[in-house]
Design a protein around this ligand. Sequence first.
Ligand code: TRP
Length: 345
Amino acid sequence: MSDTPTDYTGPQRVLSGMQPTGRLHLGNYLGALKNWVALQDEGTQECFYCVVDLHAITMPHDPDTLPDAVRSAAAAYIAAGVDPSKSAIFAQSAVPAHAELAWIFNCVARLGWLERMTQFKDKAGKDKERASVGLFTYPVLQAADILVYKATHVPVGEDQKQHLELCRDIAARFNRDYGKGEAFFPLTEPVIQGPGARVMSLRDGNAKMSKSDVSDNSRINLEDDADTIARKIKKAKTDPEPLPSEEAGLADRPEAANLVGIFAALAGKTKADILAEYGGQGFGAFKPALAEAAVQYLAPISDEYRRLISDKAEIDRILSAGAERASAVAQPIVDETKKTIGFWS
Ligand code: TRP
């Protein structure tokens, strides 16, 4: 883990979150969850993992299905190895400190900073006048999620880098304006690691694997059974060439590069290792081996997910305990922040 800024002397803490939209897939796992678990298992910093339901309502959503979507995301975190006895697992909306700090940060962030955010442009689409104001200030709430714990490290996928920069801009501006010469908030670093940091669609090697892709064949869901996984990998887009023996040969072959990257991440090897083994072979031989690795890897995760999701009461207990634990850290930080900016108390 990289060091925190030298002038911030608080404890190292980890926070991350995912939206409760749709089912989690291999890209979420290899790109983020795997790092969540690794940081938790280092055992040297407190970890906070939330399901960001406040962010979920920045786009049209269904109130009837949202509670179960939150439970489902929490179950996936746990199935992937986040351990509720080590890390706080909770719904963002259950810790009011997030929203409270977000308001303060709305008054710290500048309009110009938000206007540069590419995720807003992607999500708002052509008619941005119709986007919710919440969608525009989404990254400000994300900064509050992080800094309400004074988190120093955030394990995320590469696409979140820009939001982490904004979080540092907000922290720096706050420290400058109100810190009285000290770093009140840390300048949080993203933790982006591993060959799987960017898992692409099985149908298009230039598009991210995404839960919102209309084609279910584009992704491997954490709860897909063995036959489904094998079928999706068999159908995955490739090119007609055999696999190269060296990594350089993957340039300009996005689909091949993606499958080799996924195999490497699943097997805990490098791309070079995989190519040393499969170089010169066609996808006809490679795909069944990849499917087997994926099934082997995901089977225990999906079994555990299915077990958990059938026990709502257990998930609810975990979420309540997680929210309590998170609030115990977040509320004093918000109280201190309010005092710092001069609110009556
Ligand atoms: N924006 C993140 C995503 O789309 C989700 C998120 C919300 C998040 N708050 C966060 C991630 C805080 C890390 C830290 O994946």
